[in-house]
Design a protein around this ligand. Structure first.
Ligand SMILES: Nc1nc2c(ncn2[C@@H]2O[C@H](COP(=O)(O)OP(=O)(O)OP(=O)(O)O)[C@@H](O)[C@H]2O)c(=O)[nH]1
Length: 201
């Protein structure tokens, strides 16, 4: 029997992608556990965490998949895009090549996501560091030209992390085609009427 605290209005699948070492796992850990490790190990394949947040008075349960940026895991990670309502593309503002590789990551996102109008958020991480190679203006322009949301953040300094997830969820909530086809499960609006079929998380 599910507890009241398990209940939620919406359940979304999100996915973090981008080059190895840009800070995907660190962003996720900061968001879910409010922790940070300077020696964060590289992700092997995929990992995920679950966290609920309140946005606009709605309780939203997020399953957030963290994919390895290393090339050798690419075949495995590509299968995890399926069912995602939102994708977070991360680059490191102190490593220009991670910004230049975004076009390649976007191609992958468009190839493997299977929902129309998946919300994409571009995140420039590590703004606490002094040796910046990508300006904020470059990030804004890239995101604007491709219809993406944009934010800069620091998983280390706790800047912009909560805001990043809230803005992404807000945009998904504002997209009826994504909200109405969400991953099924226990849900305040449909409790007692819905099974756990079609789970694509
Ligand atoms: N200074 C600083 N370092 C960071 C920040 N975020 C992550 N790091 C460091 O960057 C390194 C890589 O971080 P990860 O979170 O493992 O990067 P990742 O993108 O998940 O890497 P893969 O799992 O290989 O795809 C680690 O040493 C982190 O401590 C940040 O905001 N600021």
């Amino acid at each position: 029997m599910a507890k009241e605290s398990d209940a939620f209005d919406h359940r979304f699948k999100l996915l973090l992608t981008g080059d190895s070492g840009v800070g995907k796992s660190s962003i996720l850990l900061r968001f879910t556990d409010d922790s940070f490790a300077t020696d964060q190990p590289a992700t092997i394949g995929v990992d995920f965490k679950v966290k609920s947040i309140d946005v606009e008075g709605k309780k939203v349960k997020l399953t957030i998949w963290d994919t390895a940026g290393q090339e050798r895991f690419r075949t495995l990670t590509s299968s995890y895009y399926r069912g995602a309502q939102g994708v977070i593309l991360v680059y490191d503002v102190t490593r220009k090549e991670t910004f230049e590789n975004l076009e390649q990551w976007l191609k992958e996102v468009d190839m493997y996501t299977n929902r129309d109008g998946v919300v994409k958020l571009l995140v420039g991480n590590k703004i606490d560091k002094a040796n910046r190679e990508v300006t904020r203006a470059d990030g804004i322009e890239f995101a604007r030209n491709r219809g993406m949301l944009f934010i800069e953040c620091s998983a280390k300094a706790k800047t912009g992390i909560q805001q990043a997830f809230e803005e992404l969820v807000q945009k998904i909530l504002d997209s009826p085609h994504l909200v109405n086809n969400e991953v099924s499960g226990l849900n305040l609006a449909s409790r007692g009427t819905q099974g756990a079929s079609n789970c694509s998380c």
